[in-house]
Write a protein that binds this ligand. Sequence first.
Ligand code: SF4
Length: 602
Amino acid sequence: MEQNLSKAIVEICRACGGDRTRMMDIVEAVQSRFGCVSGEAMELIAKEVKTHRVEVESVVSFYAFLSDKPKGNVVIRLCNDIVDKMYGADRVAAAFEEELGIKFGETTKDGKITLERTPCIGMCDQPPAALVNDKVMTWLSTDAARQIVRTIKETGDPEKLSHTLGDGANASPLVRSMVSNNVRARGEVLFAAHEPGVGLERALGMSSVEVIKEIKTSRLRGRGGAGFPTGMKLEFTRGAEGARKFVLCNADEGEPGTFKDRVLLTEAPRLLFEGMAIAGYAIGADSGVLYLRGEYAYLRAYLESVLAEMRAKNLLGVGIRGKKEFDFDVRIQMGAGAYVCGEETSLISSCEGLRGDPKNRPPFPAQKGYLGLPSSVNNVETLSCLPRIMERGAAWFSGIGTPQSSGTKVLSISGDCKSPGVYELPFGASLREVLKMAGGEDAIAVQIGGPSGQMIAPKEFDRKFCFDDLATGGSVIVFGPKRNVLEVAHAFMEFFVEESCGYCTPCRAGNQLLAKGLEKILAGQGEPADLEYLEKLGSTVKIMSRCGLGQTSAQPVLTTLKNFRELYEKQVKARPDGRQPTFDLKAAVGDAEKIAGRASAH
Ligand code: SF4
């Protein structure tokens, strides 16, 4: 075994060129072959890529899908986001535990199966869902959970799990997944028919300056939510000093409730890769990296085949379409289960083979990004717009949507609605119209932009999806009359507690305190003064945190306090004696009472 490990690690490291910056690929390969990256493996990797063991260990300890301890050959990861819970994830969890005879976080005695919970896996339109190794299982019931366990016990092979295939490319031989696309509205930009190469060829007939001018004229803005003008970002990167430049595509949509990039990657990958090539031509880059979230590993072989097909058609590779001075290719970098890597500087750290720690800005990635070189980081949806702009022209694109928000927006709609799925709509549609399309008219609240976005009350349902009003990366979660908005806010805070990288105190400790404050109020122990305390604490976390995660993590508390204040006010009460009941004696001794089998006097 020792020799096997040593030999395998030499092979794996050499396949990655002995390059320390490919650490993510190295540790993922070791993990998938040996079930973990043990201390011994870390020593061997460090020696092979000429670094220190602590660097390898810092990567392995950071990502949820990596481990230094052996896990089962099969790891079942049940999604525990809010939408999955609304659709019975807790019942499914109980069935898994019962059938396996273990609790979450444990491995069966024979070492074969590990049971874990995981945050959003991008399947909120078909919940509850789980990953069985890389295989996605959707619409789980308690019976389905039991059947999964039985099949794995019998065969040890997730590929033997029975299911019907999903639609579109989900059914292709390289995917063979039960995932459904659920495309409910096709717009004229991204889900329209696309002839690969037309936009790229038009771009190659222009100078890079003219291409950037065309993109600027289209008024395309980044689809991640912040809305930075894409043409300007490309212009900055083009103008920056650097021996090489890179196009990075952020396909790490980890925001709960977001799954539109999953569908774009499944149904329109050629559009995306062509968009990366156009961006590469515009900034003078010869390489692109698609950072694909670990939860979408089931799409990797298929995406690699699309890249190969595009190379064969000379849409990628050397001297693209006869343009001798333009070479461009794309490699896929897998993530490994870290929400913070959706933040662009964390994503760069991860691509460089490091922990997904955010970097200080400035310098911005356009000046000093991947490997310290100028890089343009854009998400899947933004890059996918480029071929269409080049093909149909800036005037066509800017004629769609509103004056400040041109083009279409792809929304991922889930929760309490009849038709969850993906909707590509021109910017400017109102939330009320969208709820009607999705069959969620009786919503009492809608979370826009995931937990880091805002919770909207019915009186604001006439607001419009655009950068000046309801700006969103795409997540729209609908909550019907049976839901408790404060419980939802608490679930979102728990998500941030889990996902904070822990680097800075306001985010690491502040989110814990916000979650605890909500727990106190939900337990009926809140005082009116707690509302002011939560507001002040939330603002501090927002202002003092280092990266985008912490700067938006207080949103569930702040936006529900703003838009649903009456719910908080109903729940808190001033004590006549002026004391604040911060300690619940009855709850604290509850477990001891159960063990002793009798009530205590208090
Ligand atoms: Fe890490 Fe949170 Fe600080 Fe960002 S804000 S660096 S996620 S602790």
